[in-house]
Design a protein around this ligand. Structure first.
Ligand code: KG4
Ligand code: ZN
Length: 340
């Protein structure tokens, strides 16, 4: 008997940066989502591409095995393999792409290529149970990750219009750089988020640039933060240590405030009444609470992803893969990955 495509079982692989992840979905339901985060980069204060691809090679087989085991399925139950084709680090992508191709050949099942950013946005459609609420089209999604900052208007699963975006650094990059200036460790986002909880967000005022329209710019914020601290450190070498929490709270408030301001502008202009956030920075506690407040203020319906679906994960690749599966949108075995 022919299987209903809505019950198809998809194995998804994500290896674009420094997390090796595999997930299994039945239709739009998540059965498993395994993530191996690479600790090796911490000591270098950023992702070292060569070390990342080596760690992916070590992780990929056990991570996929665990995803299949946790999903309580057999390999032969899998109907298709979805993989992140890009953007990302070439060497890292190669590992996931080659693995997905070999797996699909061995089982004689189709391959589905997924764009990493589309995966982040579509993570809102992952269902965990019957109560799972998903956005209705059209909706606006603020995509904020380590490499991208975009305000997107989603017209359907694969039709999106860019309403605004950063003209230089991404929001996550700016946060990570601020953390690096303070020597807090990598990735800086979660550390700043944690330290900010103990600090005064109004202790320091960092100006945001006057960028026209719905666009962002973050490189100036980072530079003024750097110069501000350089001057303070010249007077007191312990300045950062003594004011760490206030500095984190203030720079976080500056970046999140800017994100929300332009988002509000774009949403008002569009007339759309549903808003979402996605990508690693959507794990930020201030951004999450500010989005809630924005929604309440304007009576907009707000979608905030669960923490496990904010940062890089294969479940988001699986859900994007599922919608492509329904469209019979399969990838050729010869398809190469694409880098940043
Ligand atoms: O989406 P993601 O996992 O990877 C990319 O596709 O880039 O995003 C990673 C980014 C990093 O810049 C990291 O610092 C940031 O997300 N991030 C956070 C938080 N958790 C992760 N930024 C602020 N607050 C957080 N809680
Ligand atoms: Zn990502």
């Amino acid at each position: 008997m022919e299987k209903n495509p809505q019950n198809s079982i998809i194995l998804a692989i994500e290896s674009s940066c420094d997390d090796t992840s595999a997930a299994v979905l039945r239709g739009d339901r998540i059965l498993s989502n395994v993530i191996a985060s690479q600790k090796v980069h911490e000591q270098y204060g950023g992702v070292v591409p060569e070390l990342a691809s080596r760690a992916h090679q070590q992780n990929i087989v056990p991570v996929v095995d665990a995803a299949i085991k946790n999903a309580e399925i057999e390999k032969t139950d899998i109907d298709a393999v979805a993989f992140t084709r890009g953007p990302g680090l070439l060497g890292s992508l190669m590992v996931g792409v080659s693995f997905a191709k070999s797996f699909s050949q061995a089982l004689n099942i189709p391959l589905i290529e997924v764009n990493h950013l589309q995966g982040h946005v579509l993570s809102h459609f992952i269902k965990e149970n019957d109560e799972s609420q998903v956005p209705q089209f059209p909706f606006i999604c603020l995509l904020v990750s380590g490499g991208h900052t975009q305000i997107l208007l989603l017209k359907s699963h694969f039709e999106m219009e860019v309403l605004g975006e950063t003209i230089d650094d991404a929001a996550g990059e700016a946060i990570d750089k601020a953390a690096k200036i303070m020597d807090l460790g990598y990735p800086g986002g979660p550390i700043i988020d944690r330290l900010a909880k103990e600090g005064n967000p109004d202790a320091y005022q960092f100006a945001t640039p006057n960028i026209p329209g719905n666009n962002y710019s973050f490189s100036g914020i980072k530079t003024s933060f750097l110069y501000f601290l350089r001057d303070r450190l010249a007077e007191n070498p312990n300045y950062i240590e003594e004011h760490k929490a206030d500095l984190c709270a203030s720079i976080q408030k500056c970046i999140v405030g800017f994100l929300i301001k332009k988002l509000e502008r774009a949403v008002k202009q569009s007339g759309v009444k549903q808003i979402a956030i996605a990508g690693g920075v959507s794990a930020n506690s201030l951004l999450r609470s500010e989005l809630e407040r924005l929604g309440q203020r304007h009576h907009w319906k707000v979608f905030i992803p669960k923490f496990q679906f904010c940062t890089d994960n294969a479940a988001m690749v699986g859900i994007a893969g599922y919608f492509k599966y329904l469209n019979n949108d399969f990838a050729d075995i010869a398809l190469p990955p694409y880098a940043n």
